[in-house]
Write a new protein. Structure first.
Length: 261
């Protein structure tokens, strides 16, 4: 079973690219972030024509997450608990029945950026991560196949960015953020790509500015976290750089893993 995550930076602007990638890569599940549309404007019919069901938690012009699946989606949950006033669409979770006795619980996450660090945006990011940690802990108690995937806006280590001197003072690489990401992983999750790869300076995001893509000045901030039950089935995990080199590309590229069911 192939599960992918991709911050598409506007589902409408990238729709041809997304459709092309779905046809070629054929993931069973695709987690989308930064779709930037309300639910009613999400292109569900276009994805349905390709055989995908959709669950959407949208927001006008900003944020927004969605899940595409070849199998039906149930138990759909939008938003994290513990802050009813949070109006930003950054989390969606659902259940996919793989057979009579096996469920996959999966989330699409668009974690806050947090910049500038000196503002409330950074504090919002910290509080959001703490809510995610609390919810993830409760999910693990279910002892299910669980994947928390998405754009975490977290550079786990200096090996995951092209210039640590630049990124260590950015909200994506600050010690407070990295430590909370480690806390999340250490609950019992496996970070799929790093668990299978020793190479350094491999990226999933390249800014549009200053020729970052051409120079390979990127960061690795898109992650798939697997529960112990899912990690036991992990067969492969790769970063597909091809979509980033296309015309009108997102500044992120897909990350995918395979579970050997």
């Amino acid at each position: 079973m192939k599960i992918a995550t991709w911050n598409v930076n506007s589902v409408k602007a990238r729709l041809p690219n997304i459709i092309e990638w779905l046809r070629s890569a054929q993931p069973d599940v695709l987690l989308l972030q930064e779709i930037k549309v309300i639910d009613e404007n999400f292109p569900s019919l276009e994805f349905q024509d390709l055989g995908y069901n959709s669950a959407v938690h949208g927001q006008k012009a900003y944020n927004g997450v969605a899940i595409l699946s070849k199998k039906p989606l149930t138990e759909i949950r939008t938003g994290l608990p513990d802050d009813e006033k949070d109006e930003q669409s950054r989390y969606i979770e659902c259940c996919i029945k793989l057979d009579r006795n096996i469920n996959l619980r999966i989330s699409s996450i668009y974690l806050p950026n947090g910049n500038p660090v000196e503002t409330d945006k950074f504090n919002y990011k910290i509080k959001w991560m703490e809510r995610l940690i609390s919810h993830a802990k409760s999910l693990l108690e279910k002892e299910e196949l669980i994947i928390l995937g998405g754009d975490y806006n977290v550079i786990p280590t200096d090996d995951d960015c092209y210039d640590p001197m630049i990124w260590n003072n950015d909200a994506l690489g600050r010690p407070e953020i990295r430590s909370r990401f480690r806390t999340l992983v250490n609950l019992g999750f496996t970070e799929a790509w790093r668990s299978l790869h020793r190479e350094t300076h491999v990226y999933s995001f390249w800014d549009y500015q200053a020729g970052a893509w051409q120079k390979d000045n990127g960061v690795r901030i898109d992650h798939l976290l697997l529960s112990p039950q899912a990690a036991d089935l992990l067969g492969n995990c790769e970063i597909d750089k091809n979509p980033r080199g296309q015309k009108k590309a997102s500044d992120h590229t897909p990350v995918w893993c395979e579970l050997r069911l």
